[in-house]
Ligand binder design. Structure first.
Ligand code: ATP
Length: 226
């Protein structure tokens, strides 16, 4: 479904990615890992065409993304839950969800059944929600676009344990339903058991790809600092 080959990405003159390879097959959950500042968010921004790669190729669902704008990548079926959530503050929960709706299996009723709290808060403005509720809204909003691939960037960061559990339960349900997922998250104890493959980034390069079961203690020490 997604094949990223040797991408190199810059912020102005400053190079952040020096050659990242990764792929996500249909129905797979791929964990994108690495310490702080190693290039995970930049890889995601490159895939979504928010910070386009200068070199290398990204092919999604058979189409090369070169030259596309970010909204066009979204239209092809790449759904992003960005770091920091970015809900529409001046819209209600229901309006946030309906604003991005596109036809498919995910609709308002289904999103609210995944996150009942969103249904309870349907008429509330997004900026009055707790951080955890905003995160659920960000995931729900991405699902409303009916993405072929859903990308989650640190979706459980900084949340209370009980809320994190709700979000992990939702991610597991999505995976069980066959949703293709690319996930960045530091909670490896939750992420690894549901990942089909892991890609480790180090200084803007993909340095290891494999099954979670092959991720040895030495690799974790060397690249993840855990
Ligand atoms: N807007 C920006 N302008 C300039 N450099 C940036 C910008 N955003 C990120 N970088 C740099 O790009 C590199 C990769 O950062 P990136 O945010 O992709 O890493 P990350 O693995 O997602 O880290 P974290 O886990 O801290 O979010 C870092 O050296 C970072 O300082």
């Amino acid at each position: 479904m997604l094949k990223v080959s040797q991408i190199e990405t810059y912020y102005g003159p400053s190079q952040a990615l020096f050659g990242v390879d990764l792929s996500v097959d249909t129905g797979e959950l791929v964990a994108l890992m690495g310490r702080n500042g190693m290039g995970k968010s930049t890889t995601i921004r490159s895939i979504c065409r928010l910070t386009p790669a200068k070199r290398g190729h990204i092919v999604f669902d058979g189409q090369d993304l070169a030259g596309l704008r970010s909204f066009q990548a979204a239209r092809l079926g790449i759904g992003l839950v960005p770091e920091g959530r970015r809900c529409f503050a001046s819209l209600t929960v229901q309006e946030n969800l309906i604003a991005t709706a596109r036809p498919g299996v995910w609709d308002y009723t289904k999103v609210v059944s995944l996150f009942p709290r969103l249904g309870e808060r349907a008429g509330q403005m997004a900026d009055t929600l707790s951080g955890g509720e905003q995160q659920m809204l960000a995931i729900g909003r991405a699902l409303m676009t009916n993405p072929k691939l859903l990308i989650l960037d640190e979706a459980t960061e900084g949340l209370a344990p009980v809320i994190r559990q709700e979000i992990w339960a939702a991610i597991r349900r999505l995976k069980d339903a066959g949703q293709s997922l690319l996930v960045v998250d530091k909670t490896l104890s939750e992420l690894l058991p549901i990942a089909d493959a892991c890609v480790i980034l180090e200084k803007g390069r993909s340095v290891w790809t494999g099954r979670p079961s092959a991720l040895s203690g030495d690799l974790r020490d060397q690249y993840l600092g855990v």
